[in-house]
Design a binder for this molecule. Sequence first.
Ligand code: ADP
Length: 614
Amino acid sequence: MNQEIASILQKYYGYSQFRKGQEEIVQGILSGRDALAIMPTGSGKSICYQVPAIAMDGIALVISPLISLMKDQVSALNQAGVRAAYFNSSLTSRQMAAAMYNAKQGMYKIIYVAPERLFTDVFLDFAQQASISLLAVDEAHCISQWGHDFRPSYTRIMEFVEQLPRRPVVAAFTATATQQVKQDILNQLRLHNPVSVATGFDRKNLYFSVERPYDKTEFILQYAASHPDKTGIVYCSTRKNVDELCEQLNARGVSSLRYHAGLGDRERLENQEAFLFDRCRVMVATNAFGMGIDKSNVSFVIHYNMPMNIEQYYQEAGRAGRDGEPADCILLYSSSDVRLCRFLIDRGLEDSETLEEEQKELLRHREYEKLKQMTFYATIDTCLRQFLLRYFGENAPDSCDNCGNCQENGQMTDITEAARDLIAILVKTGQRFGAGMVVDIATGAKTARIASFGFERLSEYGSLSGMDKRQVRAIVDHLITKGYLAVLEGDYPVLKVTRESSELRNGHCRLLMKVFARKGRAAAQKVQDHQVDESLMGKLKALRKQFADRLGVPAYVVFTDASLRDMCVKQPESLAQMREVSGVGAVKLERYGDAFLTVIREYAGRTRQEDPTE
Ligand code: ADP
């Protein structure tokens, strides 16, 4: 990697290496070539245009379709020490004038702009005077009528470029591109000999499954209860379902908010912000919610209803696990979903006044074909990942070992003994830890934390070492679902035994559960190799929240979960060691390094003093 680029990556982002595809795009742009990057959500497209933008003379314009995304990207850049701004309709005219003044003074390296803004007199005048080095088109599939998010204003981007005194490098980015969409992007943006990267659609950290529960609502309630520390999105097809489910989740203590087109602008915005800022755990929404949602720590996306096509499904499901952590994408299928989809397709077409009858028929036929593929996905018994990847024109092996269908080989197993061991561990450790610690002890993990408490001396230590952590975690989840264990929310979730658990302990009942041969989930497993210390993580998150609240930005803009996790694993003792943590660049080190170090130091000191047998 060239030295200048390496130091930008380290200084502003705190990363020591590019991910697959990033360097090629960055080098291509820096050598003056146009670029087309088709990379899945969460793979790091932003860095592909931000790093060259910082390195090049002049200003980079980034065209982006949604306001919330721009705001967050700009906050994140400013936090990292890069001067950036955005122009869109959310600014008051005064804010707009101030930002424009700064832009003209050359204050910004990167400017995000909504496509509709390009042709306003003020913006066009500015762009014609300024030296524009790079024009990055984010969510470039919006340019194509074949895509699922067509935005007419995207088709005028080149008209804007033609009015500039000098053509900047043009780089297009998208996560979803079928062959037709790709061709549209190339043609319409008139990309010259672009450096082209397609890293593939596979998202290894996502676990896909299709479930057919008797009661979908109950399934979601139980899922939320057994994943108490996880945040996620539930998509429903109708507003009514959204409202009802949201109410039921809240009634069961799962903090949830709703989002659909029937709500006022204000409520939608507030709910979206609350979700982004981690003030609620579950967002229940129609497909009106999502595009531009850049939240990195979404751990599950559950579809209450089947979407109308695979493109939509993969995009919505893909909002899980942007941080690279294992995440679940679950589709709840029932045959009535097909009828609902047909109804929605027909109604959409009827509502369209601009289409001729013949065009409507053509579109109906196309949409029905797509629905057929979606229904195949929901009903096949072969590898789900393979189906998705093939749909997007990629080769994929017959089995991924990380989807519901590949793991169907689960067997009903008597887990009573394992459950007793887990409960004993919980009691002997004083019921003051989360599931991670209990699982670690049961599987015999060798962590500093276990050693510091002396837990390796417990007779149950390593008693479930024949299972992998995911399997044991699944048993813990099952015990929570069945009411033998409860989760107490506080700074961080703590497991407690319930009165019901005595039945198990006294041998009055036996417990069966379908246990999957989890040899898969390899990718997911890898990311979790270092089980993190949940109570330290809780403290770091609390500190992060203080900073984020003070600055009025979402928590991940201060540090991502992945960075906090790396802090828990590395437990740095000095600023120099803190610099080694992934995601800690020079500016963030200076701003937050000391505060986070203090928490880690205090914590490390305290755990050493604590008595394991108290
Ligand atoms: P996309 O736009 O492709 O969905 P983002 O640009 O939002 O993805 O990046 C997703 C996450 O990956 C962000 O938290 C980002 O900081 C992180 N990331 C990007 N590039 C790297 C890298 N080279 N090393 C580590 N993390 C990275």
